[in-house]
Design a binder for this molecule. Sequence first.
Ligand SMILES: [Zn+2]
Length: 304
Amino acid sequence: MKKQTEFKLNRRDSVWFQENSAAVVIDYAKEVCDVAILPIGAIEQHAAHAPTGMDTYNAIGIAEKVAEKTGAMVLPCPMYGSHPHHHWGMPGTIPLTYETHIGLLMDIIRGASVSGYNKFLIISAHGQVSSTIVATHKLGIEGLFTISSTWYDFLRDDKTVLEDYMWHADEAETSVGLYLYPQFIKMELAAAGYGTPLIDAKWKIAPGQQATPGSLYHFEGTFALPEKDDLDNGVIGDPTKASYEKGKAVVEGVVVHYAELIEEIKSKYPVGINPLGFRNPGGYATTAEIVYDKDHDSKGQLKK
Ligand SMILES: [Zn+2]
């Protein structure tokens, strides 16, 4: 197979894995950048004013901008996601079971590693840490360096750009939609809506909020009633406060942080280096027999 350096040095046809030939994605990982981003969202009702693919489109749009800035390759985005308990049974939402989603994420990342990618960043635009965190650590046992993130939690906007924290089909998500895909947003149908919290808000860190003593992450409990019975109109928050400018500001803000993280990974672990230093396809059963690769010493430290 002809090498990329012979025909496309430092170039690719697209930031998207699936829009390049196999020769390009393989040599790009070998010679240019072996960081891969996996954007993930969900198919979920987002009220009358926004599409069911909102979270997926948000993940795609953010991942694309991070990849343009850093040189990372973006893996094809699976449209579906997993969901907290209270989303189940809601028309317009198609949840994957946790086991399916964990398996899906692991299969995608294992597959991309065969093409030479060594560092993985999951950018989620949906509340699905129940599966992303499990998948990340199962991949780690196999020697696949993986970071999972939920974009708005990672941004920690904490009301610097928006009037409220990020909830659902609200000011935050609708602003991002107005910035990234205005053709799918119908602001004339936007209306505020709410659900019934089962414990006082002071116990929970809202999405993006900075943690304080005595606070739980918002998915560390079954804190909500089933949406199908509880939501006024499919919204939690107030999408009428959304704007293109707010969407641009939060997306550009989070891209800066993702880019800084990727640049650190690239400089600490040059192309071809697996930060964990091993591959362990045996999974749980063979963790005691891990052998570090040629780039690492017997304690797993990167050789100078
Ligand atoms: Zn959403």
